[in-house]
Design a protein around this ligand. Structure first.
Ligand code: TYM
Length: 331
C-alpha cells in the first residue's frame, strides 16, 4: 500500500477562529483528513512573540482545539495537538537557526508588519518566527501545508531552510508546498475592505466562529459595499467579491446565482444580499459555535485528545530528529 502524504498546519491561539482561518485553513484540513496523514496543531509558542498572559493563552488553546473539532476534524483520524507538547521542534529550530540569515529574516513581510505594530517589542523570537514555523513543518517531514495566502512567503523560507540543510548534511527533508483545493491560496478580506480579515485588526470587520447571531447580523450589515455596478458584467471590486466568496460556503447555489445575475445586470441590491448572507451565515456558524462550547466544557475529553495528538506527533518528530542528528554526525 502506498503511504499517505504527510500534511502539517498550525493556527495561533491569539483569539477565536474567524472566517479567514476557516477558509484559508480549517476547511482544507477537514477535506484532507481522509486522504492524507495529517498533523494539525495549535501554535501556542508562536503566540509568545506578543507577550500574552499565558493563563488566557491556555484558554484560547482549548477553544481553538474545540473549534477545530466542531468544524469537523476527527481527532482519531488526524494528530490534533498543541505545539508546546512537542519539544522535539525546539531542537530542530536551533539547527535551522544556524541556516537562516539575518538579512532574509528582516526582509520577511510579516516581520516588517510586526515591527510597525509593536515597535517596543521587537524580540528575537519575532525575527526567527519563520524558522520556528519551518521547524513545525519539517519536524514531520511534511510535503503539503494547507494555509492562506498570507503564509506563502513563510513556506518559501521553509523550503529554503530545508534545501540548505539537505545540501549541507544529507537529504532528510522533502520540500514542503503550500496547499489549497483549487489552484490559488485564499485571502479573505476584512469586511471593511481594509486588508485581510484578522484577529488583530478591526474586530467589527472580522466574523468569528464564536459570534452570536445578533453580532453576525450586525457585522454583515455593516460590511462595505457601494452604489452598485454601472455596466453589465463588470469586474467585482475586492470587497464585493469577498461577500460572494463568503456566500459560497453558506448559501445554496440558487441564491448565489440569483445575486450573481443581479450583479451582472446591474440590478443588485446589496442590502438584500447582506440580509440573505447574514441569515445563511448564522445557519452555518450556530452549530459550530454550540458544538465548540460543549467540547470546550469537556476538559477530560480535551485532555485525552491533546495527549493522543502529542503522542502521535512526537513519535514521528523523534524519528525525524534521529535522522537529523545522524545527518549532522551528532550520533
Ligand atoms: P494564523 O494563526 O495567523 O492563521 C491560521 C491560518 O489561517 C489562515 N488565514 C487566512 N486565510 C485566508 N484569509 C485570511 N484573512 C486569513 N487569516 C488567516 C492563515 O493563512 C493560516 O493558514 N504562522 C501561522 C501559524 C503556524 C503554521 C505553522 C502554519 C505556525 N506554524 C506551520 C502552517 C505550518 C499563523 O500565524 O497562522
Amino acid at each position: 500500500m502506498m503511504s499517505k502524504e504527510v500534511v502539517v498546519s498550525g493556527i495561533r491561539p491569539t483569539g477565536f477562529l474567524h472566517l479567514g482561518n476557516y477558509f484559508g485553513a480549517m476547511r482544507n484540513y477537514v477535506r484532507m483528513q481522509d486522504d492524507y496523514d495529517c498533523y494539525f496543531f495549535v501554535a501556542d509558542q508562536h503566540s509568545l512573540t506578543t507577550h500574552p498572559d499565558t493563563t488566557a493563552l491556555r484558554n484560547s488553546v482549548l477553544r481553538v482545539l474545540a473549534e477545530n473539532i466542531a468544524c469537523g476534524l476527527d481527532p482519531d483520524k488526524v494528530a490534533l495537538y498543541v505545539q508546546s507538547d512537542v519539544p522535539e521542534t525546539a531542537e530542530l529550530y536551533l539547527y535551522l537557526n544556524m541556516l537562516a540569515y539575518k538579512g532574509e529574516l528582516e526582509k520577511t513581510v510579516t516581520f516588517k508588519e510586526k515591527v510597525r505594530l509593536q515597535p517596543d517589542n521587537v524580540n528575537a523570537g519575532l525575527l526567527t518566527y519563520p524558522v520556528l514555523m519551518s521547524a513545525d513543518i519539517l519536524i514531520q517531514r511534511a510535503v503539503k501545508v494547507p494555509v492562506g495566502k498570507d503564509q506563502e512567503q513563510h513556506l518559501e523560507m521553509a523550503r529554503n531552510f530545508a534545501d540548505r540543510f539537505n545540501n549541507r548534511y544529507t537529504e532528510v527533508f522533502p520540500l514542503p508546498q503550500p496547499f489549497n483545493f483549487g489552484n490559488t491560496l485564499t485571502k479573505i478580506l476584512s469586511l471593511d475592505g481594509n486588508g485581510k480579515m484578522s484577529k488583530s485588526e478591526n474586530q467589527m470587520a472580522t466574523i468569528y466562529l464564536a459570534d452570536e447571531d445578533e453580532m453576525i447580523r450586525k457585522k454583515i450589515m455593516k460590511a462595505k459595499t457601494d452604489s452598485g455596478p454601472v455596466e453589465a458584467n463588470a469586474v467585482k471590486p475586492g470587497y464585493i467579491e469577498n461577500l460572494f466568496t463568503l456566500m459560497n460556503i453558506t448559501s445554496d447555489t440558487a441564491t448565489i446565482s440569483k445575486f450573481e445575475q443581479d450583479f451582472n445586470t446591474c440590478i443588485i441590491r446589496y442590502g438584500d444580499m447582506k440580509k440573505q448572507l447574514a441569515e445563511d451565515m448564522i445557519r452555518f456558524i450556530t452549530p459550530i459555535r454550540e458544538k465548540a462550547n460543549d467540547i470546550q466544557n469537556d476538559q477530560a475529553y480535551l485532555d485525552k485528545i491533546m495527549k493522543q495528538g502529542a503522542a502521535k506527533a512526537r513519535a514521528r518528530a523523534s524519528e525525524t530528529l534521529r535522522l537529523v542528528r545522524k545527518a549532522m554526525r551528532f550520533s
